[in-house]
Design a protein around this ligand. Structure first.
Ligand code: NAD
Length: 435
């Protein structure tokens, strides 16, 4: 289903590369090489047309280097037409690496529901789909706040996460303990963390700025083009020109195309226009571009924040940006990256750049384990959670850049080196406890 190379194979090749530079016993290599468990579920979903659809869902539990029994595997729920078991496994594997890079005590997991082609689902259809997903996943113990905790991803939003939490609580009403952590990225009214909504975009900007400063580059006023205007792309666009990040958004797009103005876009006006029209088409103060043209604009920073396999052997050669910040998962293929690196373009890899989401999800999980917060308390917590996010991301970005310089590795391999160096001793310890 994935076009070209799969994320799973890419992860496995990365692991093979790491095995040559980090001592790794066979059992650890094998534990990381495949998912621990993969569930295939058939969801029966009545839809608004009066039909009932049978939709396939997948939940992959990759590795958990932590063994307290308290910490779930973590990764979002994706809903898309182009999705299969292998793609969900690959995304779960990347989650393991991501929590290793950020040193967050969680495991790697991911879920996906394959949608029907050319069918427009209503909000009620999604609510029924979410219910079926939780019921079926719960029957096989594939989901739960200490098993696999989901979140929003491509094709899902706060509303989906709210549904999942409510359904899970309804199924487990009689049990003690908080069940809210079965999903993060919930709305604040449903025990979500107020800082989670923007966290992936904010984290990407924090990392981009940090990398640039470590490379001795001043980023003030640097132009950015952002592909994607969903959970990740939109907050990135909204926050980019804030004083703390100081970028200048010049282009933005969604699946249907986008807009470009080399002098900079008026962020508020663009957002207001998109809210009113649900498209960029017709926005007058910028040139119209196609969803492919955004990749090849003259700008300093390109931020792919939509889908995977966008910068490939076919497209990478025409990239004009000097920096690529991967906010989507897997937007650059291996061949694409080689071309970018040969052109001297710096690629900040997904497992670092988009890890803000899981770092904040971890804060939401922790919050859900504790007492309920008053709205006033939550507002205070937004600031402190963002400061914590920045601290964690700064610290680990510094480590990645330092490893890259010291070991002569690409930023992607340096991130893997950091992650596996942390995960391997934990896995060794875990194995010892099992014996
Ligand atoms: P989303 O569904 O909210 O938004 C996706 C955006 O991409 C939309 O604007 C859509 O129009 C656009 N798009 C879809 N197909 C496209 C195409 N062919 N060409 C150009 N644009 C296209 O999804 P999201 O949650 O923002 O996720 C985007 C990416 O970021 C995914 O790869 C996801 O796995 C990754 N990611 C998401 C999070 C998160 O917190 N949601 C965290 C880490 C990584």
């Amino acid at each position: 289903m994935e076009q070209g190379d799969s994320l799973k194979r890419r992860f496995q090749r990365k692991l093979e590369r790491m095995r040559r530079i980090i001592p790794m016993q066979d059992f650890i290599f094998e534990e990381l090489f495949e998912c621990k468990r993969v569930f295939l579920l058939q969801l029966r979903v009545p839809v608004h047309t009066g039909d009932t659809q049978h939709l396939q869902a997948f939940i992959a539990h990759h590795c958990s280097a932590y063994h307290s029994g308290e910490d779930p595997r973590k990764g979002g729920l994706r809903k898309a037409v182009a999705l299969d078991q292998e793609s969900i496994e690959g995304l779960a594997m990347d989650m393991t690496e991501k929590v290793g890079v950020m040193d967050i005590p969680l495991g790697g997991g991911k879920a996906g529901i394959r949608l029907k082609v050319d069918f427009v689902y209503t909000r009620d259809d999604h609510a029924r789909m979410n219910k079926a997903f939780v019921v079926e996943a719960d029957k096989v113990r594939a989901i739960g706040p200490r098993i696999y905790s989901t979140a929003s991803d491509f094709g899902t939003s706060e509303a989906d996460c709210d549904d999942i939490m409510k359904e899970y609580i309804a199924l487990h009403e009689a049990e003690l303990g908080s069940k809210r952590g079965v999903a993060t990225g919930k709305s604040v009214e449903n025990f979500g963390h107020p800082a989670r909504k923007n966290a992936t975009g904010r984290g990407g900007l924090i990392v981009a700025r940090k990398v640039l400063s470590l490379l001795g580059v001043k980023n003030a006023g640097m132009s950015v083009a952002i592909e994607g205007f969903g959970n990740v792309g939109r907050p990135t666009f909204e926050l980019a020109e804030n004083e703390e990040y100081n970028f200048k958004p010049v282009a933005v797009s969604d699946v249907n195309g986008g807009i470009y103005n080399s002098h900079g876009l008026d962020v508020r006006r663009v957002i207001a226009y998109y809210e009113a029209h649900k498209t960029f088409t017709g926005y007058r103060e910028a040139d119209v571009i196609t969803s492919d043209e955004i990749l090849h604009l003259p700008c300093d920073v390109l931020i792919p924040a939509a889908i995977q396999n966008r910068l490939t052997e076919k497209t990478a050669g025409r990239v004009l940006a000097k920096y690529v910040v991967e906010l989507a998962n897997g937007p650059t293929t291996e061949e694409g990256e080689r071309i970018l690196l040969d052109k001297g373009i710096v690629v900040i890899p997904d497992v670092v750049a988009n890890a803000g989401g899981v770092v904040m999800s971890w804060q939401e999980l922790n919050m859900n384990k504790e007492h309920d917060r008053h709205a006033v308390e939550l507002r205070d917590e937004e600031g402190s959670a963002n400061r914590k996010l920045e601290k964690i991301m700064h610290h680990n970005t510094e480590q990645v850049v330092s490893i890259s310089k010291k070991e002569g590795l690409t930023l992607r391999d340096a991130a893997s080196y950091l992650a596996f160096s942390r995960l391997i001793p934990r896995l060794r310890e875990k194995q010892r406890l099992y014996l």
